[in-house]
Design a protein around this ligand. Structure first.
Ligand code: GLA
Length: 733
C-alpha cells in the first residue's frame, strides 16, 4: 500500500467513525435523573437498548451527559449489554441478569427495548421517571421506575412487570434495580451478624466476578446479613472524603444483591427480592411490582451519604419521622415471664417515679390452656392469662392512666408455639412441611401470611388490643423465628411463590393496621435487629437494633446502624447488661430514642436521681438528637475514644457524646476531637451535661468559635475516671 492509499484509507475510516458518532448522538436519547448533587444517566441507544452510562457527581451542564460514552476507551463489550439498565437474559446477555423469564410457550429469551419515557413531578422535592421497555417478539413489558428525592440525593428504583401472553409467564428472576458504577477499584463495606452481634462490618476490595449479599431466612431475614451496604470508588471512603454509594433493599424478606466487576472493570449492581426457590408465576395482564432498591451517592465520604439517607428517612419513609417519640420503661429484663397484676401495678408506679412517658408490658401476658410462662408455649393465644392478669389488660391500662403514664404492649403475631390452642385449631395456618418433622427456632413456628385468613387473624390480634384498651399508646412487634420447612397449605401447587407472598401478606396486614391506627407508635423488633429495613419502617416509628444492650457493644452497633438509619428510629434501652457505670449506659441510650429496662425500685437514691435528671436533660436535647444532623467524629474502631455529634438545622444547638472504649492504662482523649457541621463564624458555649450527682463537670461555660472547634477541636477529657462525657453546645448571640 503506498502513502496516498494509506491517507485515503485513514480518511475513509475517520469519515465512517464521524458519521457513526453523529448518527449516534442524534438518535440516542439521554435520560438524566438529577438530584441536588448527583446524577444517574440513562441512555437509550439507536438499537433501543437502555444503558446506565453514569452514576456520580452531577455535571454543571445537562447537555454534556451525551458526551459520556464518547470518552470511554474500554475493552469490547461483546453484547452491548454490560451496562444495561435492566439486563434481560436468554438473548445476547453474557453476565448476571436482572430479569429472567420463561414465556407462556416455554421459551426463555427476553430482549427489552426502549419505547418511551416520562417524568412526573410529584412535589417540590420528588420526581418520578418511568421508562417503558418492550420485547419486540413477545408481548412482555417492563417499566423501570426511578423516584428521585432532589434535596436528599436519594433514588428509589424498582420495576413493574406485565405481559399479555397466552398463558402464564414464570418470572425466574425479577430484580428491582440494575446500576452501573465506574471506578479504578471498588471497596465493599458489608455487614454480617447473629443474635446479639448485629451489624458487624467488613470491608473488602471487590475482585472480578460476583460477590453476593443475600438472605434466605424468610422472616427475621436480616439475622445473618442485612441488605444495607456501601461501595467506595477507587479507595475506601472516609467519613468526609471519597466517592461512595449506599444501597439497601426495601424488603422484609429474602433479598439478593449481586455486585459484579465485569470484563470492562465496571461494577454492575443488581439488587432485588431473592429469586432463591421463588420462581413467580404471572398471569396474563397481572402486574408484578418489585420492591424498591434505594441508593444514595456521595462524593464527600460516608458522613454526607448518611446524613442524606437519614434526612430522607425522616422526611419521606419512616413512619412519623418528623414527629415525637415516647420514652419508656420496659419490664422484659426486670421480670421476664414472671409477673402478675400487682407486680405490674408496682412497675407502673416506678414508670411514673422514673419520669418516662410509657410503660411497656413485654412477653408473657397471654395464653391460658398453654400459659406463656416461658418461650415454649402460648404464642398464638392472644388472650390475657387469667392468673397473671385476672382483670385483663383493661385493668392495667386503667392503672396506667391513674399513674398518668401511657401503656404499651408486646406482641409477636406472626408466630405460633406448637403448644398453643391456635396450633391445635389451625394446623393449616402453620408453615411446615406436611410429611417432614417440624424444626423449631426458639420453640416456635411461623404462621402462613400468604393466606388471607392468617392476615385477618394477625390484623385482629392488633385490633382486639385496641378494643381492650382504646388508649393503647405503643406496640412492640416482635418476630423471633426464621422459616424452616417453607410450605404453605394455601398455596397448593404454587409453593415457589411462598417467600414473596409471605412478605406481601405481612405488608397487607401492616397497611390495614395503619389505615385504622395511623399514628400509634410501633417498634419493629426481631429478637434484636433481625428485621430492620425501609420496606417495614414505613409502618413503624422505631426499631430494636439488638438484644445486646451492653453499652460498650452498643456504641459499635449503633455506630454502624447510624450510617443507614436516623437516631429517632433507634430504640436504645438502659439495661443491666455490661459492666459500665449507670451514667455510661444512660448516655449511650440517649443517642437515639431512650428507654429503660431496669428494676427501678432497686436503684439507690443517687442512681434514681441521676436517671430522673437524665430524663429531664433528654427532654431538652431530644429535638437535636432526633431531627439534627449526625456527625461521626471519632471512630471507636480506630482509637480509644468514640465521639458522635448531633447539630440542629439552624446550627445553634448541638450535643456531643464521647466515650472511652479502651480500658487499658492511661487511655483517654489525649488530643482534641474535631467537631463538624457548625457555623465557623459563630461562637458556641460548651457545657457538660448529664453528669452524675456529686461529680464536678470539667467543662463549664467556655466559649469557642465554630472555626476553632472544627479546625483545632475540643477535648472532652475522656479518661478512666470520666468514661462517658456529654457536651452541649449553644450558639452565643
Ligand atoms: C425478643 C426481644 C426481646 C423480648 C423477647 C421476649 O428476644 O428482642 O426484647 O421482647 O423477645 O420474648
Amino acid at each position: 500500500m503506498n502513502l496516498s492509499h494509506k491517507v485515503l484509507r485513514q480518511f475513509i475510516l475517520i469519515a465512517i467513525i464521524l458519521t457513526i458518532h453523529v448518527i449516534h448522538v442524534h438518535s440516542q436519547t439521554i435520560i438524566p435523573v438529577e438530584t441536588a448533587d448527583n446524577a444517574v444517566v440513562l441512555q437509550a441507544g439507536v438499537n433501543g437498548d437502555v444503558s446506565c452510562v453514569y452514576l456520580g457527581k452531577k455535571l454543571r451542564s445537562v447537555t454534556e451527559y451525551g458526551q459520556i460514552t464518547g470518552v470511554n476507551r474500554q475493552a469490547d463489550d461483546y453484547t452491548g449489554l454490560y451496562n444495561s439498565a435492566y439486563t434481560s437474559s436468554g438473548s445476547r446477555n453474557l453476565l448476571e441478569p436482572a430479569i429472567t423469564v420463561t414465556h407462556a410457550d416455554g421459551n426463555n429469551s427476553l430482549d427489552l427495548k426502549y419505547v418511551s419515557h416520562e417524568v412526573k413531578k410529584i412535589s417540590d422535592d420528588v420526581s418520578l421517571l418511568t421508562i417503558l421497555l418492550k420485547d419486540p417478539v413477545y408481548d412482555f413489558e417492563v417499566t423501570l421506575c426511578y423516584r428521585s428525592y432532589f434535596r436528599e440525593n436519594v433514588i428509589e428504583q424498582w420495576s413493574r412487570i406485565i405481559h399479555h401472553e397466552k398463558g402464564a409467564v414464570t418470572l425466574q428472576k425479577f430484580a428491582s434495580a440494575n446500576i452501573n458504577l465506574q471506578g479504578n477499584s471498588y471497596w465493599l463495606r458489608q455487614y454480617h451478624g447473629d443474635w446479639a452481634r448485629e451489624m458487624q462490618p467488613e470491608e473488602i476490595q471487590l475482585s472480578h466476578g460476583i460477590k453476593t449479599l443475600d438472605s434466605k431466612l424468610g422472616t427475621r431475614a436480616n439475622l445473618f446479613m442485612p441488605s444495607v451496604f456501601m461501595v467506595s470508588l477507587d479507595r475506601p471512603a472516609t467519613e468526609d472524603e471519597g466517592g461512595v454509594l449506599y444501597g439497601a433493599l426495601e424488603w422484609s424478606g429474602n433479598f439478593r444483591t449481586d455486585l459484579e466487576v465485569d470484563p470492562q472493570n465496571d461494577l454492575r449492581i443488581i439488587s432485588g427480592v431473592n429469586n432463591y426457590a421463588s420462581p413467580y408465576s404471572l398471569r396474563s395482564g397481572e402486574l408484578f411490582e418489585t420492591p424498591a432498591f434505594l441508593y444514595t451517592y456521595s462524593a464527600h465520604g460516608k458522613g454526607f451519604a448518611s446524613r442524606n439517607l437519614q434526612s430522607w428517612a425522616r422526611n419521606h419513609k419512616l413512619l412519623d419521622g418528623k414527629g415525637t417519640r415516647l420514652t419508656l420503661l420496659n419490664n422484659w429484663e426486670s421480670t421476664y415471664f414472671d409477673f402478675n397484676e400487682s407486680r405490674l401495678k408496682e412497675l407502673l408506679q416506678d414508670t411514673k417515679r422514673l419520669g418516662v412517658d410509657l410503660f411497656l408490658l413485654d412477653d408473657g401476658w397471654f395464653g391460658n390452656r398453654y400459659p406463656r410462662n416461658d418461650d415454649h408455649a402460648g404464642l398464638g393465644d392472644w388472650q390475657e392469662n387469667r392468673k397473671k392478669l385476672p382483670n385483663g389488660i383493661a385493668a392495667i391500662a386503667r392503672e396506667a392512666q391513674a399513674n398518668q403514664v401511657k401503656f404499651g404492649i408486646w406482641i409477636e403475631p406472626e408466630m405460633v408455639n406448637p403448644k398453643s390452642e391456635l396450633y391445635a385449631r389451625h394446623p393449616d395456618w402453620v408453615v411446615k412441611q406436611p410429611q417432614r418433622p417440624e424444626y423449631y427456632f426458639r420453640n416456635q413456628l411461623v404462621l402462613d401470611l400468604s393466606n388471607s385468613q392468617v392476615q385477618d387473624f394477625v390484623f385482629q390480634v392488633v385490633d382486639s388490643l385496641f378494643i381492650k384498651d382504646p388508649a393503647l399508646a405503643y406496640i412492640k412487634w416482635d418476630c423471633n423465628a426464621v422459616i424452616y420447612n417453607a410450605y404453605s397449605v394455601k398455596l397448593k401447587n404454587n409453593q415457589s411463590q411462598f417467600y414473596v407472598d409471605y412478605v406481601l401478606g405481612l405488608y397487607k396486614v401492616l397497611q390495614r393496621i395503619r389505615a385504622k391506627y395511623p399514628d400509634v407508635p410501633m417498634m419493629l423488633c426481631s429478637g434484636g435487629g433481625g428485621r430492620v429495613d425501609y420496606g417495614a419502617l414505613q409502618y413503624f416509628t422505631e426499631y430494636w437494633p439488638s438484644d445486646n444492650t451492653d453499652p460498650l457493644e452498643r456504641i459499635f452497633i449503633q455506630w454502624e446502624y447510624s450510617y443507614f438509619y436516623p437516631a429517632i428510629a433507634s430504640s436504645n434501652h438502659v439495661t443491666d447488661w455490661g459492666r459500665q457505670p449507670l451514667k455510661f449506659r444512660v448516655d449511650v441510650a440517649m443517642m437515639g430514642k431512650l428507654g429503660f429496662d431496669i428494676v427501678v425500685s432497686k436503684l439507690n437514691e443517687q442512681d434514681l436521681k441521676f436517671c430522673q435528671n437524665a430524663l429531664k436533660t433528654y427532654n431538652e436535647i431530644k429535638p437535636v438528637i432526633w431531627q439534627g444532623d449526625q456527625y461521626r467524629l471519632a471512630n471507636p474502631t480506630e482509637g480509644s475514644v468514640a465521639s458522635m455529634l448531633y447539630v440542629n438545622a439552624d446550627k445553634d444547638k448541638a450535643v456531643m457524646f464521647n466515650y472511652l472504649v479502651n480500658s487499658r492504662y492511661g487511655e483517654g482523649s489525649r488530643r482534641p476531637v474535631k467537631l463538624k457541621g457548625l457555623e465557623p463564624g459563630a461562637n458556641y458555649r460548651l457545657k457538660e451535661i448529664n453528669f452524675y450527682p456529686g461529680t464536678n463537670p470539667l467543662v463549664d461555660g467556655r466559649v469557642y468559635s465554630g472555626d476553632f472547634l472544627m479546625s483545632l477541636g475540643f477535648n472532652p477529657d475522656v479518661n478512666t475516671n470520666r468514661t462517658s462525657v456529654v457536651i452541649q453546645l449553644e450558639l452565643v448571640r
